[in-house]
Design a protein around this ligand. Structure first.
Ligand SMILES: [Zn+2]
Length: 1011
């Protein structure tokens, strides 16, 4: 036979695009359109529906950036439509290639019921499944004119990302608003043809199945009268029946499609727009669930449900019913989908406890798995925190974005720092916005790494970010691929159904040990420093507010501020969202984040002051950030003892170790009993000696406190990425500086470019820590500022603090995996160490760093560099410009234990206090075990909750001393405070209670003390 396959493929492509798809909507009749442009921020629906409307026409412009325009569509169903399925097609000026990143609408009935969303990929409004003709049509559209920021030429700087700087230009043009007949048979034909065409594209060119499909498609198109497609669609479909009915092979890959919309809680739009995006998408999804009984939809983030409940209660009511039916499935069990490397360990726990609590209270369910498809790397602490909170599985796909290395698994056990393991799946389709195209499903089957032993994978299916979620077109494709020869099988089901099958078919999965480092987006450990500082400050103040509020409640009966603390936690958890805390949102979002953090800090400082007042304590006048303590009584909110003041207590402090600063010729010296620092007249640290051993830390001929400025223009994703080529161009800011002695500090002032920096170097705490306070006026563009300390330490690894412990990363480039980690992150410190000597580098508000291995003759020099500031121009054209105050520390003679202690102390310095002593409510008897949270239980029973972790990586048996706590009984609890086995506590003669605890390396433990 002659082979006409190429001709058939070309024929199908053209007929489908130019004739079949346009024929789905027939006989358009224009509707009358009227508009009301809202002045300023969005208005309530009732107000929008009753506003003054003025007529507008197709072709008219509408919508300045970030504006809202209410549109009214009126008309009637033509008599000729009687008995037909009728829909409105409304095109607000959409670009079909950008669902979620442009204009969107929510459609209302005149009485205010939300019908569904209008999106580039779903421009329709249902009118009637069986029209009578003559029916009146009246719909309202709350249309948001969100500007396109990620355009065809992406990453160009734009001022449209903040309502304060955006233009007044009207961005969109109404293209159509027609009432039409929806030709159901043509719709079905389109999907028959499309699915077979896409399948044929994926099949081997010489396969019999492909040849048969193309022959059938040719036959089908031979039956289509292009002048009367609706009349001939059924006959054409007949010709495809046989190839569509041929069943899948027994070994076919099986895809669990999960209806989904990945809605970023803020990103290229402000938080308030996400509130509306969620309601729009959810209204469409509730409607789609009504229309198709096979469909299952899953949505993460308790915050997004909470927004819906508040913003669109009628949509929430529909969702709640669908949740009860098991078809609208809450997933992820967290408050938002947070960044997964930067938040504290306690924050991760609260993401889960607040999320699960919301789902339990609203829907009576708890999620079984964690869903973080889009965070920029995953801390090795997570497996313990997820399993410790009761999760059975974890899902992400982001590691498929690695620039260099392909991850070896899709279904595996992820082992965390402490050895905890969680069943994990990476969808092999490599997307969280699947469309279920033939190409995508084939890719999933082809790429699936476990294909020799397993055959199930998951596909989160739908347009995210306000693009409208899953579409009926995706459902139509799935139905055809349920059991289709040559194709993976596709079925809609919930994530839990998928994971049950995946766990059953793979009882012995492979294991990945340690963090999931993303080989991309390495700038997110540093970008938007003020947002990161706000998070760190909030985490510290939340811990302290809970500590003193719990003490006041237990000891004085003062009411514990449950509601307010919940609200403040939820605010901070929201801002940990994976485009806010990483610094990758528009200017508006970061401006608002800084304002919100300021309000959080004010509220927490008030709670702290009031709780302390109840305990008879007044903390230092300025509240909380005072410097060295001169008075005898000191308040220690840190979870480590400082100068004789136990963790979490107010007591008399031992005198601070004396230190001095002086000029010596052209140089300057900082000195204490432990450390001697020599600073030259350019402000560079030439010598840093541990006086107890005489050991010099700075490498010969090198200098510390060296500011280095790099050109920083990544290939794409400006706020996200720092590309390896940034190393190549470096300017050392080691020229003349103004250096002087000020009290016990040496002050270095330096100007560079349009910027300036003042550094204050002093020895703190016991005189062992070199503290560098930086006050920067940062006015550079596309630059990366580093602060370097080249030290002579013989090691090939860097220890970095992570949540609840630390981990080690190889510090060489032997393989592509290590080479790709040229910029990494820590919680409060990182450390280079050889036996007997180490140097730790501490931060108070930032996370990024690198340690370069550099040749120093026979020795290898570890060039340890803090990442201070970046200056990307997209999506915020002025990211990080302006004033920053940041604190760093260099600890000589450090170990993980002393770095941990110094890191906590730098985060929560001692403060002056007056009034009464306050004994710690809960205190560990072993310094390796750190009591990191003390609070009252979320269930408001009045139980005291004490959280601790083993910080050294050792096995510890010790006890927790409870003082001034009317301890009835003590039980072990899981991380979200669900009680477990009782622990036999020992009542001591002095009235304290000692609770014996045994911890594994890096184990996190929670106790509940019943009153
Ligand atoms: Zn995202």
């Amino acid at each position: 036979m002659h082979d006409n396959q190429a001709l058939t493929m070309g024929r199908v492509t053209r007929v489908l695009a130019e004739r079949l798809r346009p024929a789905v909507y027939a006989d358009p009749h224009p509707l009358a359109i009227a508009a009301h442009a809202v002045d300023g921020e969005p208005i309530p629906a009732a107000q929008g529906l009753n506003a003054e409307y003025a007529p507008v026409d197709v072709g008219d412009h509408w919508g300045r950036a970030w504006g809202t325009t209410w549109l009214r569509l009126t008309g009637e169903v033509p008599a000729a439509f009687a008995g037909r399925r009728v829909e409105i097609v409304a095109d607000l000026g959409f670009d079909v290639n950008m669902p979620g990143f442009q204009a969107e609408g929510l459609v209302y009935t005149p009485d205010g019921e939300a019908v569904r969303s209008l999106n580039p990929r779903a421009q329709w409004i249902p009118v009637s499944p069986k029209a009578e003709g003559g029916e009146r049509i009246e719909y309202y559209v709350e249309a948001a004119s969100n500007p396109v920021l990620l355009d065809y030429h992406p990453f160009l700087p734009t001022e449209e990302g903040d309502v304060l700087t955006s233009s007044d230009e009207e961005l969109y043009r109404i293209r159509r608003a027609d009432v039409c007949v929806f030709e159901e048979e043509v719709f079905e034909l389109v999907h028959d043809v499309e699915v077979l065409h896409q399948l044929a594209t994926e099949l081997p060119e010489d396969s019999a199945r492909r040849a048969r499909i193309l022959r059938a498609l040719d036959n089908a198109l031979n039956r289509v009268d292009l002048q009367d497609i609706p009349a001939t669609a059924a006959a054409a479909r007949e010709a495809l029946q046989e190839v569509l009915a041929s069943p899948a092979e027994p070994s076919a890959h099986r895809i669990s499609a999960v209806g989904h919309a990945h809605i970023d809680s803020a990103w290229l739009w402000p938080l308030r727009e996400t509130v509306r995006k969620v309601s729009r998408t959810s209204s469409s999804m509730a409607t789609l669930l009504d229309e198709d009984e096979d469909f299952v939809y899953a949505m993460s983030s308790a915050q997004q449900f909470a927004w819906m409940k508040q913003d669109r209660p009628e949509v929430f009511a529909r969702v709640k019913k669908a949740v009860a039916d098991g078809r609208f499935v809450p997933i992820g069990g967290m408050w938002v989908e947070p960044d997964a490397v930067l938040p504290s360990g306690e924050s991760f726990i609260r993401q889960i406890s607040q999320g699960q609590r919301f789902f339990r209270e609203e829907f009576g369910i708890e999620c079984r798995g964690a869903w973080l498809p889009d965070s920029f790397g995953y801390s090795g602490a997570l497996p313990q925190l997820l399993t410790g909170a009761g999760f059975e599985w974890f899902l992400t796909q982001k590691i498929s974005w690695n620039q260099v290395n392909r991850f070896p698994h899709h279904t595996f056990l992820w082992e965390g720092n402490d050895g905890s393991r969680i069943f994990t799946h990476f969808p092999p389709m490599d997307t969280y916005n699947a469309q279920l195209s033939g190409e995508e499903v084939a890719r999933a089957a082809r790429q699936f790494k476990e294909k020799s032993v397993a055959r199930h994978s998951l596909a989160p299916t739908g347009w995210g970010d306000g693009g409208g979620g899953t579409t009926r077109e995706m459902l139509a494709r799935a139905k055809r691929m349920a059991d289709l020869e040559g194709s993976p099988r596709v079925v809609f089901e919930s994530p839990n159904e998928f994971f049950d099958k995946a766990m059953a078919e793979l009882p012995e999965p492979g294991v990945w040990r340690g963090e999931l480092y993303l080989e991309l987006h390495r700038g997110t450990f540093t970008t938007q420093h003020r947002t990161k500082q706000g998070n760190r400050t909030s985490e510290r103040l939340l811990a302290e507010a809970e500590l003193w509020a719990a003490a006041a409640a237990v000891r004085t009966g003062r009411a514990y501020p449950y509601d307010e603390l919940d609200e403040l936690w939820r605010e901070v958890l929201l801002l940990q969202f994976h485009d806010i805390l990483p610094g990758t949102s528009i200017a508006w979002v970061h401006r608002e984040a800084e304002e919100r953090y300021a309000r959080v800090a004010t509220a927490l400082r008030r709670i702290i002051a009031e709780s302390l007042a109840a305990l008879g304590v007044t903390a230092g006048a300025d509240g909380l950030d005072a410097g060295p303590v001169g008075a005898e009584l000191a308040l220690n909110a840190a979870p480590v003892a400082r100068r004789g003041v136990p963790a979490g207590s107010v007591a008399v402090a031992e005198p601070a170790a004396p230190s001095s600063a002086r000029a010596e010729g052209n140089a300057f010296v900082l000195e204490s009993a432990s450390v001697r620092v020599a600073i030259d007249d350019r402000g560079l640290v030439r010598s840093l000696v541990d006086r107890t051993t005489g050991r010099e830390a700075i490498a010969p001929g090198r200098a510390g406190n060296a500011l280095q400025l790099h050109q920083d223009f990544p290939n794409m994703w400006d706020a996200w990425d720092v590309d390896e080529h940034y190393f190549a161009m470096r300017e050392d800011l080691d020229g003349p500086a103004e250096v002087s002695v000020d009290g016990d500090a040496v002050v270095v002032r330096r100007a560079f470019g349009a910027s300036s920096i003042e550094q204050r170097l002093a020895l703190a705490d016991d005189g062992r820590l070199l503290v560098i306070d930086c006050d920067v006026d940062w006015q550079e563009e596309e630059k990366f500022l580093k602060l370097a300390f080249p030290v002579e330490v013989f090691t090939d690894e860097v220890v970095a603090e992570t949540q609840f412990g630390h981990h080690r990363r190889a510090n060489h480039e032997n393989t592509s995996w290590e080479a790709a980690r040229f910029e990494t992150h820590a919680q409060r410190w990182f450390l280079v160490q050889e036996p007997g000597f180490g140097v730790a580098f501490l931060n108070e508000s930032s996370h990024g760093f690198d340690v370069g291995r550099e040749s120093g003759g026979r020795e290898v020099v570890q060039n340890a560099r803090f990442s201070l500031l970046r200056a990307p121009k997209f999506p915020d054209p002025r990211a990080d410009r302006g004033r920053h105050r940041m604190r760093f520390g260099v600890l000589v003679g450090a170990s993980p234990a002393s770095a941990t202690e110094a890191g906590w102390a730098m985060q929560s310095p001692l403060r002056t206090a007056s009034g009464a002593d306050v004994r710690a409510l809960a205190r560990s008897q072993d310094p390796a075990v750190i009591v990191s949270a003390v609070k009252l239980a979320d269930d408001r029973s009045g139980d005291l909750v004490v959280r601790m972790y083993e910080s050294a990586g050792s096995r510890v048996s010790t006890s927790i001393e409870l003082a001034g706590v009317p301890a009835g009984s003590v039980v072990a609890a899981d991380l979200i405070e669900r009680p477990g086995a009782e622990i036999e506590a020992v009542r001591m003669p002095d009235g304290t209670v000692h609770v014996p605890v045994t911890l594994r390396p890096f184990e996190v433990k929670t106790l509940r003390v019943k009153s």
